[in-house]
Design a protein around this ligand. Structure first.
Ligand code: FE
Length: 337
């Protein structure tokens, strides 16, 4: 009897200490780079005493891992870039809906999942960059206008294989329908000065070198390139600002996160997510990568603010996921490699 009691006591002690260990630790699978997230997790641990363990990899392998691990996964949170990827994770049942007044108050509706399975934490603006020696900014107006004949032989683009361009075209399908979007993308293709580039930086370098005059990039790549080489004759233009339609504005995407369906410490992970959306964490989150805070009460870093204010397109970024397959097929039909 005594032995049995001791055994029971020990077992319940062990259970309690496992509970305590879980409560004191959050596990994150992240497709956002280590150098961008570690400073945040360190600050969270310092403030709360809760450890954050993380694994970084590309979103594909991380999603495959979550799926394979199923209910045994140690991951509490899944963090990635591009709403298309977050939407995919939700679609595959890897995330769970979170009710949080804090998140609803901190993150604008167009930057989070309407079912609350994921939340944008930073905004990435995909905009026009042009060569100041070759383009008068008065010539620039919209993404759509880059399909017009006046840009023949003057446009460079990154490959359509990158999710950023798939998301941009998906959002255009939502806005204009497939027929008009295909006309626009075909127009872009016939205006190309060179075959599509493997990344945003290479496309900007071609613009700077005079191989073409304009391109479309995420602004943090512009920020990084100019920090390295401030003398490049490049500038940012914010398109679609003067349109009257409710969908007017610069196309934005997010990096963000959701709580995994089988989280062992969902309460802790929700606290971390809320903390990441808070005023004190948002600069730390966005500034390290020259992105825009998702929380509209937080100002961007001064170097980023210097590029000027712009109006965001308010279409919910989940459309980037919903219409991604259509976008990929459309770009293929339009000959956008
Ligand atoms: Fe990127």
């Amino acid at each position: 009897m005594y032995r049995l009691l001791t055994k029971l006591a020990l077992a319940s002690l062990a259970a309690v200490s496992i509970q305590a260990a879980i409560a004191n630790e959050i596990v994150v699978y992240s497709a956002r780079n280590e150098q961008l997230i570690k400073p945040l997790f360190d600050a969270f641990t310092k403030e709360t005493g809760v450890n954050v363990k993380f694994v970084t990899d590309k979103e594909g392998p991380l999603m495959a891992r979550l799926k394979a691990e199923g209910s045994n996964t140690p991951a509490d949170m899944f963090m990635t870039v591009d709403a298309g990827n977050l939407w995919q994770a939700a679609e595959e049942g890897l995330l769970k809906s979170v009710k949080s007044r804090t998140l609803a108050a901190n993150i604008p509706a167009h930057l989070r999942d309407p079912e609350n399975e994921w939340f944008g934490l930073s905004v990435r603006a995909r905009t026009i960059v042009y060569n100041k020696n070759a383009v008068n900014p008065g010539e620039l107006t919209t993404y759509e206008d880059l399909a017009s004949p006046k840009w023949k032989g003057r446009l460079c683009l990154r490959t359509s294989k990158k999710v950023y361009n798939q998301s941009l075209v998906a959002m255009m399908i939502y806005e204009h329908g497939e027929g008009m979007t295909e006309d626009i993308v075909s127009g872009w293709v016939s205006n190309l000065a060179a075959p599509p580039f493997p990344d945003d930086t290479k496309a900007m370098e071609a613009v700077a070198a005079g191989q073409c005059d304009v391109t479309l990039v995420n602004t943090y790549y512009f920020g990084r390139l100019m920090a390295k080489n401030p003398s490049l004759p490049l500038a940012i233009f914010w398109p679609n600002q003067k349109l009257k339609s409710s969908n007017a504005g610069v196309h934005v995407n997010v990096s963000g996160a959701g709580i995994t369906r089988h989280a062992k410490n969902p309460e802790g992970a929700i606290k971390l997510l809320e903390w990441l959306s808070s005023e004190k964490a948002q600069n730390l989150y966005a500034d390290v990568n020259m992105e825009y805070p998702a929380n509209p009460r937080v100002k961007p870093d001064s170097a980023v603010a210097a590029w000027g204010d712009f109006k965001q397109n308010l279409i919910n970024v989940k459309q980037a996921g919903l219409l991604q397959a259509k976008a990929v097929k459309l770009m293929d039909r339009a000959g956008y490699k």
